[in-house]
Write a protein that binds this ligand. Structure first.
Ligand code: XMP
Length: 495
């Protein structure tokens, strides 16, 4: 009897079927670079953004809050702030990043001259700032002076006095014009030995603030991820129903560069409706959508107009989808399928299942343009949550959990002020789990290690840049990859 052809739109090479990262090694090529430091790792994040380190931190409440997103952007990646908090809180986290480290703070925080020292102290603590611009009257935006931490009395008894008594008044302040260049600002601040340079127009209206600390950081990290105005890049996640458009509006208003519509099953009518409604209101916003695990899914999101596509159904460490539903696609197959379906027309973000630095390289050369990391970045200082000490072993740990783990679901419901959804949530079986992961210190060290290993991988692949190596392998992977047997896998990875 003639066999029926398998009905599939898949274009993927047969070697990738059922495969994931540990199934392949790269055949080493003749090396060209003399130093790993020369290797350029720039890759695409989405239609309009590149990253100098193609790492994205996962929008999970045990991975990416504002602190993590800031660290990622400073190192050349980008963080996607999770949505398991109120709209105001998430927009505040976004705003804080946009205000930090760009060499010009566009909308600096201000207090009126009649504010008290007590109010000023609370204000600096709340906004994590070291100096406050003082305006003539609340909301006037007319510069009256500058109150730095040094100006504030450090001893008690002055709490009810007004800030105008302690500030440096505007006639003694050095100010710059709104269009000042970075070089000119640096020269002025150095010559006048000042740490903060308020920018004002001819009517003394506040138009920005430059601080020495930010100028130094900008110089120290030329590879950090920035928007057109030199501010750190940041993304934020929204869902696909409920108040997601309202959330999106606030996040965009707060300065988010990229929004991510993140749902478990992105190849769905729910996603279609969500993207269509989103695009009606926010035509210009960079939008990443996911997750999908097939070529058809990637083509579907491309058709909807996504600027970036997240690929991964069930590979995540905190994820139980495959265990509970028998659905999913081995992650390297998913990446390859998605690439074969849409090639580089829309950049792919490989999301989930990355356990080692080598997996990042494999994901990139097989079709992803960047990778999203959850568990690999969890357990670091910058991940939300406290360090716990295991009483038995004395080892330091932090919590990592899937966003549909019972613990995360409950906390998110309370934090987002929708406890009315509680019963439905409790009745929905979990597809995520919580676990303890070893405490890892600063994420900066993790990212620098990844950078070093990726640069070595590029060198073994016989190129000088990630882009060049990827372009070569992605078009013809089976000329560069070796499929491992059980024995060669043991030889490679068991130590
Ligand atoms: P890694 O392996 O880097 O994966 O820790 C991070 C990704 O896992 C996904 N994620 C989940 N998937 N149930 C799931 O099926 C969950 O509860 C869950 N939480 C996170 C998500 O794509 C993340 O980026």
């Amino acid at each position: 009897m003639a066999r029926l052809p398998i009905k599939t739109a898949m274009k993927v090479e047969k070697e990738f079927l059922g495969k994931t990262f540990d199934d392949f090694l790269l055949r080493p090529q003749r090396g060209l670079v003399s130093s790993r430091r020369q290797v350029d790792l720039t890759s695409r994040l989405s239609r309009h953004y590149d990253l100098s380190l193609p790492i994205v931190s996962a929008n999970m409440d045990s991975v990416t809050g504002g602190v993590m997103a800031q660290a990622l952007a400073l190192e050349g990646g980008v963080g996607i702030i999770h949505r398991g908090m109120s709209i105001e809180e998430q927009a505040r986290e976004v705003g804080q990043i946009k205000r930090s480290h760009g060499y010009i703070v566009e909308k600096p925080f201000c207090l009126p001259r009649n504010a008290t020292i007590r109010e000023a102290r609370l204000f600096t603590r709340k906004h994590h700032i070291t100096g406050i611009l003082i305006e003539e009257a609340l909301g006037s935006q007319r510069l009256a002076g500058l109150l730095s931490n040094r100006d504030m009395p450090w001893f008690e008894g002055h709490e009810d006095r007004r800030v105008e008594e302690f500030m440096t008044p505007v006639d003694r302040l050095v100010t710059g014009s709104p269009g000042i260049s970075m070089a000119e600002a640096e020269r002025m601040m150095f010559e006048r030995r000042i740490e903060k340079l308020p920018l004002v127009d001819k009517d003394r209206h506040i138009r920005g603030l430059i601080s020495k600390k930010d100028l130094i950081l900008t110089r120290q990290r030329p590879y950090s991820s920035k928007d057109k105005k030199g501010r750190l890049l940041v993304g934020a996640a929204v869902g696909a129903h409920g108040d997601y458009l309202e959330r999106a509006a606030e996040l965009i208003h707060g300065g988010a560069d990229i929004l991510v519509i993140d749902i478990a099953h992105g190849h769905s009518d729910v996603m279609k409706k969500a993207v269509e409604a989103f695009r009606k209101r926010f035509a210009e916003t960079e939008l990443i959508c996911g997750n999908v695990g097939t070529g058809e899914g990637a083509a579907f999101l491309k058709e909807l107009g996504a600027d970036g596509i997240k690929v991964g159904i069930g590979p995540g460490r905190g994820c139980r989808t495959r265990l509970e539903t028998a659905s999913g696609v081995p992650q390297l197959q998913a990446i390859r399928e998605a690439w074969c379906a849409i090639e580089d027309s829309v950049p792919l973000i490989a999301d989930g299942g990355i356990k080692d630095d080598k997996d990042i390289f494999m994901a990139l050369i097989c079709g992803a343009s960047s990778v999203m990391l959850g568990s690999m970045l969890s357990g670091t200082d910058e991940a939300p949550g406290h360090v716990i000490v295991d009483p038995a072993s004395g080892q330091k740990k932090k919590l990592y959990r899937g966003m549909t783990s019972p613990q995360a679901v409950l906390e998110v419901l309370y934090d987002t002020e929708h406890p009315e959804d509680l019963e439905e949530a409790l009745a929905t079986p979990a597809e995520g789990q919580e676990m303890q992961v070893p405490y890892k210190g600063s994420v900066v060290d993790v990212l620098r290690r990844i950078r070093g290993h990726l640069a070595s991988s590029v060198s073994y692949a016989g190129g000088g840049t990630l882009c060049e190596v990827r372009a070569k392998v992605v078009r013809d992977p089976m000329s560069y990859l070796i499929v491992l047997s059980e024995a060669s896998r043991r030889e490679s990875y068991e130590r």
